[in-house]
Design a protein around this ligand. Structure first.
Ligand SMILES: [Zn+2]
Length: 158
């Protein structure tokens, strides 16, 4: 992968024209697991764990691989992917705060579900109904993280 290509592409899409300021303009809008490999903004291929970033100042967007988001931009996408992988292996395990917050921001779960999860995520003993609800929320998260492959995604304009 090319760090230079990533930073220059991000700067191009930012209001600030230097990297340290430009990267602060970006927030996570969506994270997803692609059904087929896609390309990171840095040019690296194949990438399965992707993040759609949104520029808070000009509303622009950029699709960047999870690795580059974590390493260069410093947003917590990696924590979300970690939680999703853990829960996929074992549906009774807990998502983490980052994943739950993301699911709520995206409208995948409602406020009641978010509060329920935060109250119960560290409890070892749950009632049968609580367990069922938690598993349902886990399944929603896993389902929403998957995104079918689109061919016309990262078109780099010069
Ligand atoms: Zn990359």
């Amino acid at each position: 992968m090319s760090e230079y290509r990533l930073t220059s592409e991000i700067i191009k899409k930012s209001v600030a024209k230097n990297w340290d300021e430009a990267k602060l303009e970006w927030a996570l809008r969506e994270v997803y697991e692609a059904d087929g490999p896609e390309t990171c903004l840095c040019g690296h291929y194949p990438i399965i764990e992707l993040c759609v970033l949104e520029n808070k100042k000009n509303g622009g967007s950029a699709t960047v691989g999870n690795f580059c988001v974590k390493k260069f931009i410093g947003l917590p996408s990696d924590k979300i992917f970690e939680a999703v992988k853990r829960v996929r292996k074992d549906g009774t395990k807990s998502l983490n705060a980052e994943a739950i917050d993301h699911a709520y921001q995206r409208g995948w779960i409602n406020q009641w579900e978010k509060e329920f999860y935060f109250q119960n995520m560290r409890k070892r003993k749950l009632s049968a109904r609580q367990k069922e609800k938690k598993t349902q929320i886990n399944e929603k998260m896993l389902r929403n993280m998957r995104r079918p492959q689109t061919s016309a995604r990262t078109t780099v304009s010069h």
